[in-house]
Design a binder for this molecule. Structure first.
Ligand code: SAM
Ligand code: DTB
Ligand code: SF4
Length: 331
């Protein structure tokens, strides 16, 4: 197969092929991923997104990693859905800080119709600022997805979280199929999908390959693919497991990013949760291996991120530009 062929998106990956990518010598894997990355993207550009928790805590799902599940006593204070004006004001600040995309997250099992008017108002307000809009609101129906799209929602984040075989160790209140159904509603409504998972939850390499295999064989590849490193939260089952068994090996994390780039070559691969604990060198390796999107602004939903000035220094030292910055400078 020529290098050119290897960069073309494919939907017929087998699990064995994805596992074989993980098994490549590290230098070979990162070289292949970096080469594919350059076919579709400027390797010196990284997209900046900012998150806001518009409704925090008290969630009915039992995702074993999450600070916001009502099933675990994590000490997080639950809040009601924010008012649209307050959300729009936060988005404006994020735009001033250089963020191109604004992502609104709610600790919900699913969207409720009664919340749609507020959601629509915040989405259309953020969109009117000229930002890309993204939301992560749990499960949604086809009609709800259409309403969110009509309000100006560009992306819907809904993660598969892990491979199908490890899934039951992570959450029991919703099924893999539930997640696939929401993704299908999102696609049918014409929104872009943001879908990825978490590594470092005690899963095996086979499960990481299973996650990426599931993503690469969806009817359409995710437009954004977040690779989260577990942020261990005290009093959650998977946080406790990670404390006992240790975090994911950083080299294995880079391998996961590289395989994500290879199997979904045109996706924005996002270095997501866990960046706070990563060295500058590890982040640089992830960018080399094809990550081209990060969350910025000091906070994810409930856990910390590097401060803006640390990220600006890293970008300056690596010669990276925030995506969209060139166009703005020229305007
Ligand atoms: N409630 C919605 C849902 O789960 O669909 C949206 C919010 S949820 C916090 C979004 C994603 O964040 C989860 O699917 C999970 O992949 C990721 N996430 C949550 N807590 C995390 C943690 N402690 N470490 C790493 N990733 C985490
Ligand atoms: C995703 O995959 N990662 C982001 C975004 N989607 C919403 C969220 C990570 C949350 C990390 C834990 C927290 O801050 O609560
Ligand atoms: Fe709820 Fe989302 Fe956390 Fe799961 S990940 S407990 S659905 S907020």
């Amino acid at each position: 197969m020529t290098a050119r062929d290897a960069a073309l998106p494919r939907h017929d990956w087998t699990l064995a092929e994805v596992e074989a990518l993980f098994d490549l010598p590290f230098m070979e894997l990162v070289f292949q991923a970096a080469s594919v990355h350059r076919r579709w993207f400027d390797p010196n550009e990284v997209q900046l997104s900012q998150l806001l928790s518009v409704k925090t805590g008290g969630c009915a799902e039992n995702c074993g990693y999450c600070s916001q599940s009502a099933s675990f006593d994590t000490g997080l204070k639950a809040t009601k859905l924010m008012e649209p004006d307050a959300v729009i004001a936060e988005a404006k600040r994020a735009r001033e800080g250089g963020a191109q995309r604004f992502c609104m997250g709610a600790a919900w099992r699913e969207v409720k119709d009664r919340d749609l008017p507020k959601l629509e108002a915040m989405i259309s307000g953020v969109k009117a600022l000229g930002m890309e809009t993204c939301a992560t609101l749990g499960m949604c129906t086809p009609d709800q997805a259409k309403a969110l799209k009509a309000a100006g929602l560009d992306y819907y984040n809904h993660n598969l979280d892990t491979g199908p075989e490890y899934y039951a160790e992570v959450v029991t209140t919703r099924t893999y199929q539930d997640r696939l159904d929401t993704l299908s509603a999102v696609r049918e409504a014409g929104m872009s999908t943001c879908c990825g998972g978490i590594v470092g939850m005690g899963e095996k390499r086979r499960d990481r390959a299973g996650l990426l295999h599931s993503l690469a064989t969806l009817p359409a590849h995710p437009d954004s693919l977040p690779v989260n490193a577990l942020v261990p939260i005290a009093n959650t089952p998977l946080g406790a497991k990670a404390k006992r068994e240790g975090e994911i090996d950083p080299i294995e994390f880079v391998r996961t990013v590289a395989v994500a780039r290879l199997v979904c070559p045109k996706a924005m691969v996002r270095l997501s949760a866990g960046r706070e604990g990563m060295s500058r060198e590890l982040q640089a390796l992830c960018f080399l291996a094809g990550a081209n999107s990060i969350f910025v602004g000091g906070k994810l939903l409930t856990t910390p991120l590097p401060e803006m000035d640390e990220d600006s220094r890293l970008f300056a030292d690596l010669g990276l530009r925030p995506m969209g910055a060139k166009a703005e400078a020229a305007a």
